[in-house]
Ligand binder design. Sequence first.
Ligand code: G3H
Ligand code: 13P
Ligand code: ZN
Length: 284
Amino acid sequence: MSLTGVVEMLKNAEAGGYAVGAFNCNNMEIVQAIVAAAEAENSPVIMQASQGAIKYAGLEYIVAMAKLAAERTHVPVALHLDHGTSYEQAIQCIHAGFSSVMIDGSKLPLAENIKLTRRVLDVARAVGVSVEAELGNIGGTEDDITVSGRDALLTEPREAATFLHETGVDSLAVAIGTAHGQYQGIPELDFPRLQKIKSLVSIPIVLHGSSGVPDDAIRDAIRLGVRKVNIDTNIREAFTQAARKVLDANPKEIDPRKMLGPAREAAIEIIREKMRVFGSSGKA
Ligand code: G3H
Ligand code: 13P
Ligand code: ZN
């Protein structure tokens, strides 16, 4: 199959009451792991490239690997730009072959975020590419945020309704208490906020910073309307741990394949586990 759009995937997820996993890819082994996991689970899958991934692997390499992986499998595979930083970059990715893009204007004032998202949508719509936007501040676990300061950063449900009305965007990433990276403790999600957002906003909701969120909390978020769940850190952990184990057992090992093979297997396993939690297994 060729790369699939995300709108169709998330529409099916909405109808079936599950979520599609969006897994960050940084190299060939992780691209292969994402697709191997999707095949093993017979699940649709989104592979996404962050700023860091594009810088590391190069845009053309990522597109070429994703296209080849999609062509070689029967399960639907989408290629999505994660946290796109500018109009120019989003258009560059659309041009290069991405089937979906995120334009992250969450650091901008609301009116500017709306304006930027609309500009990207104008082009994306014309070529059938879906667009995800972000409202609220998801941030990183390294950000030093007090509990009282947290509320101010979370997505305001009425603003989400205005944002959707003004843009008509395809999906929306919301800040409900998750953060990117490894958590110090156990994150607490603001479910009443999510419920309120979902009651005002009819499009699929995206959960970022989902590594380290307990499975039951993920399942609750999916029950309340989350349809795309982003995972990066848990793959990094599994991948690196497996590679480290090989080196610890044999410090003289010099063959990268001896490290990266087990790392790829470990990535497949964690991605399969996530797909089962998200309920996308068997939904390809
Ligand atoms: O959204 C954050 C992702 O984990 C990507 O991070 O830019 O280091 O690849 P990265
Ligand atoms: P984690 O690294 O916390 O899983 O977050 C991934 C993410 O949200 C990518 O956009
Ligand atoms: Zn993110």
